[in-house]
Design a protein around this ligand. Structure first.
Ligand SMILES: *[C@@H]1O[C@H](CO)[C@@H](O)[C@H](O)[C@H]1NC(C)=O
Ligand SMILES: *[C@@H]1O[C@H](CO)[C@@H](O)[C@H](O)[C@H]1NC(C)=O
Ligand SMILES: *[C@@H]1O[C@H](CO)[C@@H](O)[C@H](O)[C@H]1NC(C)=O
Ligand SMILES: *[C@@H]1O[C@H](CO)[C@@H](O)[C@H](O)[C@H]1NC(C)=O
Length: 749
C-alpha cells in the first residue's frame, strides 16, 4: 500500500471517529433512545437459481412476485449502540455476517462489530439460494452464487447505513397480544413428548403471542416497528418459483404501505419488520396435513399416507395446506400475512408500555461440538455432557408436511434406509463415537465429520444478546421449536428478574435464524421422537441445554460488565466456494426483433380486477438483479398533462415479473409482466415498462435496455372508454410472427 492510500485510510478512520462522537450525543436521560430505521433491497438473481428452504432441486427461480428487503434498526443510549436487522432471506449465514461487519467497519470504524450487530432472517422459503458458505446448503442450488451473496451483503449494509444516518431521539413502546388462526404445530406428537407439567403451563402447542415494539420520535411521529411472532414463511410451497417474502414479507408490505401511503414498497420512511422467532415446529398451513390422494388425515407419527391395504406409505402424499380456498398458496400467503399485519397494527396503536434502561450487548462464538453442559439426569444427579459433532438423522430427508422430502422417508423413522445408507457409505461414515453421542438419532449424514472439500455445516456458532432497556433480544443461530423457545425465554427472564429486581419487567424475545445457520433446536424430550425438527437438531440431544446454559452466561456477564472472551473465530470459506451453474454467456432475440420489443401488447381496455398482461423480448434477469430498482413499472397518465406517474413496481403484491425460455437450450428470454388490478383502480390511461440488461456476447458486459407497452385504458363500471391521442382501441395485441422460432410466443396465447 502506498503512502497516499495509507493517508486516505487514516483520514477515513479519523472521520469515522468524529462522526461517532457527534452521533453519541443522544443519551437516555429520560427513557429516550437514539433510534434509526432503514430499509434496502436484497433481491438477488431472479431466474435460473435454486431457492433456499425446501432443498428441492426442481425449485428454480423464474421471476419476482415481491422484492426482498433488509430492515435495519439502530438503538443507542449513552454512546452504546446495537443493531437489529430482519432480512427477507432464508437464514443468515456466517459469511454474510462477517462480510457485512467488515464493510460497516470500513465506513464506521469500530461503531459496528460482530458483537453489537444482530442479523436475523425471516426464513422465507422463496428467496434465491447459494449464499451460504457451508457446503450442505449449496448442494440443491448446485453451488455458490456470488451475485446473490453480494446483493444480500450490499442490501443489508445499505439498510444499516440508512438507519445510522437517521438516528434521532425517540421512544420505544412495547405491547404483546394473542394472534389466533395464523399458526399450528406441524409436529404435535413431538410436542406431546414434553413433560405434562410443563405443557400444562400453556394453552396452545405453539406460541400465539405476538411481541411488538413501536418506535417513535420524541414528538410522537411514527418511525417504525418490529414484532416477533413464530411461524414459518412457508405459505408458498415448494412448487413456487417466484421470489417472495411469503407471509412475513407481505405483512411488512401491508404495514409499510399503510404508514407510507405515498411511497412504493421499500421506499418509505416507516419501516416495519416481522421478525422470525421460535418457529421450528410452527407451520402457517393451518388447515393441517392431509393425504392428497384420499383427503383423509395422514398418519400422525410418520406424516405419511399409505395405500388402501396399509402398504407403501409415502411422505410425498401428506401435505399441509393453508387457509386459501382449495389450498391456493398465494391466497394462503395473503391471509396469513394479513392476519399478522392486522394484529401488529392493533398492537402498535395500543402500545403504551415504555421501554427504558441502558443499551448493552454480549456476544460469544462457541464451538458447539466441544460444548460441555451440566444437566440433571433421570436419577436427579448432576452430570456433565459434551455435545456432539453435527449430524442429521433420517427424518431430515423426509422433510416436513410444509415440504416433503424428495425421497421416500418417514418422520420418526429410527431405522435405516437402503438408498441413503448407500449414499452415505460413499460420502462419510459416521464414527461409533458420533453415533453413540447422537443416539437415539439414526445418523444419516455425519456432516460434522465431513470436511471435503470444506466444512459441510458450522461447528462454530454465534450466540448473542442485545439489550435495549428492558427489552432483551436473543440472537439464536437456528430454529428453536415452540417449547425450546419458551424454555430459553424463561431462563433469561428469571435471571434478569433476579439480578435487576425493582426494574421494569424484562421483555425477552427470541430472534431466530440469526448470524449463522445451524438447523433446528428441539427439546431433549422432542429429540427422542426423531421427527424432522429433532433429526435436524445437529449437535445431539443436549443442543438446547447448551443454549439454556450459554444465554444466561451472556446475560449475566453483560449486566455485570465482565469479560467472557470472544470464543473461537469461525472459518472464512469464501475463497473455497464453487458453482456448477454456468454463467449467462449471451442473450439473443427472435429474428427481426430487439430487446424491449413487445410480443404481446396489453388489450386496449380493462376494468378493475382484470389482469393486465404484456410480454417483452428480454435479457436474462441474472445479468443484473436491478437491486433498489425494478424490472417493471406501471405508469398512469396524470389528468391533463403528459406526465406519467409511477403506480407499481415489481415489488408490489399485485404485479408479477415472470421469466421463461422459449425452448430448452435457447438463449432467448421471454419476460411476462402481469398486473392484477384492484377493483377500485382509478380510471385512466396506463402503460407498462420493462427494464433489464442483455449480454451481447460472451466477451462483452451486459448492456441496459427497456421497452414500453402501448397505452391501455382502465374504465370504471358503467363508464365508456374515452378517446386519447395515445390510445388506439383497435391496436393489435400480438406482434406478427416473423419466423418459425417466434411461433411459441404466439402459441403461448
Ligand atoms: C402447492 O400449492 C398448490 C396450490 O397453490 C397446490 O396445487 C400444490 O399441490 C401444492 N404442492 C405442494 C407440494 O404442496
Ligand atoms: C470444533 O471442535 C471440534 C472437536 O469436536 C473440532 O474437530 C473442530 O475442528 C472445531 N471447529 C473449529 C472450526 O475449530
Ligand atoms: C424399524 O424396524 C423394526 C424391525 O425391523 C420394525 O419392527 C419397525 O416397525 C421399524 N420402524 C419403523 C418406524 O419403520
Ligand atoms: C463406510 O463403511 C462401510 C462398511 O463398513 C465401508 O464398506 C465403506 O467403504 C465406508 N465408506 C467410506 C467412505 O469410508
Amino acid at each position: 500500500m502506498g503512502k497516499f492510500s495509507t493517508f486516505v485510510w487514516q483520514f477515513a478512520l479519523f472521520c469515522a471517529l468524529v462522526i461517532n462522537l457527534v452521533d453519541r450525543v443522544h443519551g437516555d436521560q429520560d427513557g429516550n433512545f437514539g433510534i434509526g430505521v432503514g430499509i434496502a433491497d436484497v433481491t438477488g438473481p431472479a431466474a435460473d437459481i435454486g431457492m433456499m428452504g425446501y432443498a428441492s432441486l426442481t425449485q428454480s427461480a423464474t421471476g419476482i412476485h415481491t422484492r426482498l428487503w433488509s430492515r435495519a434498526f439502530v438503538f443507542e443510549s449513552e454512546g452504546s449502540r446495537v443493531v437489529y436487522v430482519s432480512a427477507d432471506i432464508g437464514m443468515v449465514d456466517q459469511a454474510i455476517k462477517t462480510q457485512v461487519v467488515a464493510e460497516l467497519q470500513l465506513r464506521f470504524g469500530e461503531t459496528y462489530t460482530s458483537q453489537n450487530v444482530l442479523l436475523s432472517g425471516t426464513h422465507t422459503h422463496s428467496g434465491p439460494a447459494g449464499y451460504i458458505q457451508y457446503l450442505l446448503y449449496g448442494i440443491t442450488s448446485l453451488g455458490f452464487n456470488r451475485d446473490n451473496f453480494k446483493t444480500i451483503v450490499d442490501g443489508i449494509v445499505q439498510s444499516i447505513e440508512r438507519a445510522d444516518a437517521n438516528v434521532q431521539p425517540g421512544k420505544i413502546l412495547f405491547n404483546s397480544g394473542e394472534l389466533l388462526a395464523a399458526n399450528i404445530n406441524r409436529s404435535p406428537s413431538s410436542y406431546l413428548a414434553n413433560p405434562q407439567a410443563e405443557r400444562d403451563l400453556y394453552t396452545h402447542d405453539v406460541d400465539k403471542d405476538m411481541q411488538l415494539v413501536r418506535l417513535e420520535s420524541l414528538d410522537g411521529s411514527p418511525l417504525g416497528s418490529i414484532n416477533w411472532f413464530p411461524v414459518h414463511p412457508t405459505s408458498m410451497n415448494n412448487t413456487n418459483t417466484l421470489l417472495s417474502g411469503d407471509n412475513k414479507g407481505y405483512a411488512s408490505l401491508l404495514f409499510e404501505s399503510k404508514m407510507n401511503p405515498n411511497a412504493r414498497p421499500g421506499k418509505g420512511s416507516f419501516v416495519a419488520a416481522f421478525g422470525s422467532s421460535n418457529l421450528g415446529d410452527v407451520s402457517p398451513n393451518i388447515e393441517g396435513p392431509r393425504c392428497i390422494d384420499t383427503g383423509l388425515p395422514c398418519d400422525t407419527e410418520t406424516s405419511t399416507c399409505c395405500d388402501s391395504n396399509g402398504q407403501n406409505c409415502y411422505v410425498q402424499k401428506c401435505i399441509a395446506f393453508g387457509p386459501g380456498v382449495n389450498g391456493n398458496m398465494e391466497e394462503s400467503t395473503k391471509i396469513i400475512g394479513e392476519r399478522q399485519f392486522t394484529k401488529a397494527d392493533e398492537l402498535y396503536r395500543d402500545a403504551t408500555e415504555a421501554i427504558s434502561g441502558p443499551v448493552q450487548f454480549q456476544h460469544q462464538y462457541v464451538n458447539m461440538s466441544l460444548f460441555e453442559v451440566e444437566i440433571t439426569n433421570a436419577n436427579g444427579q448432576k452430570e456433565v455432557k459434551k455435545l456432539c459433532k453435527a449430524a442429521l438423522g433420517h427424518s431430515f430427508a423426509a422433510g416436513t408436511t410444509d415440504g416433503p422430502g424428495m425421497f421416500d422417508f418417514q418422520q420418526g423413522n429410527t431405522n435405516g434406509s437402503i438408498f441413503w445408507d448407500f449414499i452415505k457409505d460413499y460420502l462419510i461414515n459416521a464414527t461409533e463415537e458420533l453415533k453413540e453421542c447422537q443416539s437415539p438419532k439414526p445418523v444419516l449424514l455425519a456432516v460434522g465429520e465431513a470436511f471435503f472439500p470444506y466444512e459441510w455445516v458450522p461447528s462454530i456458532v454465534e450466540t448473542q444478546v442485545l439489550r435495549v432497556g428492558n427489552l432483551y433480544i436473543l440472537g439464536v443461530p437456528g430454529e428453536l421449536t415452540t417449547m425450546a423457545g419458551r424454555r430459553l425465554r424463561k431462563v433469561v427472564d428469571e435471571l434478569v428478574s433476579n439480578k435487576l429486581p425493582g426494574e421494569p419487567a424484562p421483555r425477552v424475545v427470541v430472534a431466530g435464524l440469526s448470524n449463522v445457520y445451524s438447523h433446528y433446536i428441539a427439546t431433549f424430550e422432542e429429540y427422542q421422537k426423531q421427527r424432522y425438527e429433532a433429526a435436524s437438531t445437529v449437535y445431539g440431544p443436549h443442543t438446547l441445554d447448551a443454549y439454556l446454559q450459554q444465554f444466561p452466561t451472556l446475560v449475566q456477564s453483560m449486566i455485570d460488565g465482565t469479560n467472557i472472551g470472544p470464543g473461537p473465530l469461525p472459518p472464512n470459506l469464501l475463497d473455497q466456494q464453487f458453482t456448477l451453474v454456468p454463467e449467462v454467456q449471451q442473450d439473443s432475440t427472435p429474428f427481426g426483433m430487439t430487446f424491449g420489443d413487445l410480443v404481446l401488447e396489453p388489450e386496449a381496455t380493462y376494468q378493475g380486477s382484470d389482469v393486465v398482461k404484456a410480454i417483452f423480448v428480454g435479457g436474462h434477469p441474472k445479468n443484473n438483479p436491478l437491486r433498489e430498482g425494478t424490472f417493471l413499472t406501471i405508469e398512469r397518465e396524470n389528468e391533463g398533462s403528459a406526465r406519467w406517474q409511477l403506480v407499481r413496481t415489481d415489488a408490489d403484491w399485485d404485479t408479477k415479473f415472470h421469466w421463461s425460455r422459449p425452448a430448452l437450450g435457447s438463449t432467448q428470454s421471454r419476460i411476462e409482466v402481469s398486473w392484477e388490478t384492484p377493483t377500485d383502480i382509478p380510471e385512466g390511461f396506463y402503460r407498462i415498462k420493462h427494464f433489464g440488461y442483455y449480454k451481447p456476447s460472451p466477451e462483452e458486459p451486459p448492456r441496459p435496455y427497456q421497452g414500453t407497452s402501448a397505452v391501455f385504458q382502465i374504465v370504471g363500471p358503467g363508464s365508456q372508454p374515452k378517446s386519447h391521442p395515445l390510445w388506439n382501441p383497435n391496436h393489435k395485441t400480438t406482434k406478427s410472427i416473423k419466423s418459425a422460432r417466434d411461433f411459441w410466443y404466439a402459441l403461448a396465447h
